[in-house]
Design a protein around this ligand. Sequence first.
Ligand code: SF4
Length: 363
Amino acid sequence: MTTSLYVHIPFCSRICSYCDFSKVLFNEKWAFSYIDKLIEEIEGYNIPKHSQKTIYVGGGTPSALPYVLFNKIIGYLSQYLAEDGEFSVEANPESLSVEKIGILKENGVNRVSLGVESSQNKYLEMMERPHSFEDVEAVVSNLKCAGLTNINIDLIYALPGETNEEVETDINALLSLDVPHISTYSLILEDSTKFKNLGLKEADDSVQAEQYELILKTLREHGYERYEVSNYSKPGFESKHNSVYWRNEEYYGCGMGASGYLNGIRYKNTGSILAYLSGKTVAEEEPVLDSDKPLLFLMTNLRLKSGFEISKFKEFVGVDFREFAGEKLNKLVSDGLIAIESERVHVTDKGMLLLDKVTISLI
Ligand code: SF4
């Protein structure tokens, strides 16, 4: 049985300069129709009540919804949450009011992921983020007062012109918030983003690697563990929902632009708001072919510090992992990039830095 549900809310109050997610500017008329269509789509899956071990509401900006719609969708989703399930909602600091935090609490939401991205006004303005770091401090304090302490903060580093000292400033600011989970991503300039159109360039690989190492070292010194290549947590606060993706497990995906994985088929919903509002949902379906399985399995599982149990590879791919990887595996082990312990395979610290190369070299 599928026990994870992703729900996408595409509305944002402003479009950030680097964003290539599936999103639209908030429009009240669309938002009301959207929530109705979204509920219709979820109903179509006949998900048993109280069956979902993880529910994740992402975006876009879920907290950009007006109170009445936020209440409607969070309340609706709460019926699917299993006892002791993880219920996460993404939010932006400027729109997560005390009243909306109340809705989260009342409906069993127990994890909040905040889009913060930087602590420095010059970079927040550059990215056209609609909040200040003071907004972040206020919302974190409000969440904690409400007893919602399982908080993630997203950070972007390697911004145009950003120095190592500025990255340190950001990390120290995040540490001052005392939250149990931090996700960090280097800036990637995707086509059709404002940054790309302005002709900005990504930082050199060496700068990205230096800043990645700096973040890793500082967070480790403060008791965070890197349990996934871009994700750090205090013990016991790993994201259960995202771990479903990294373990290559199946999940429902609902809403405009959402991806899902059911019955061996990966699918993607339409990214057009007008098409979605007219009743179209799935736009692309791709069965996972036997020939794709090794790469799919390794691309996901090797991101995790804990890697994978050797027997899981055979379960999914149908071939013994040692036979599959043969000499390539021995070479990666002797180069100190991969380790095998108690029948688990995982990348080492050194391997994490070269994760794409390590993964491809196993295929
Ligand atoms: S808030 Fe998030 S989804 Fe919306 S435009 Fe900014 S980065 Fe994109």
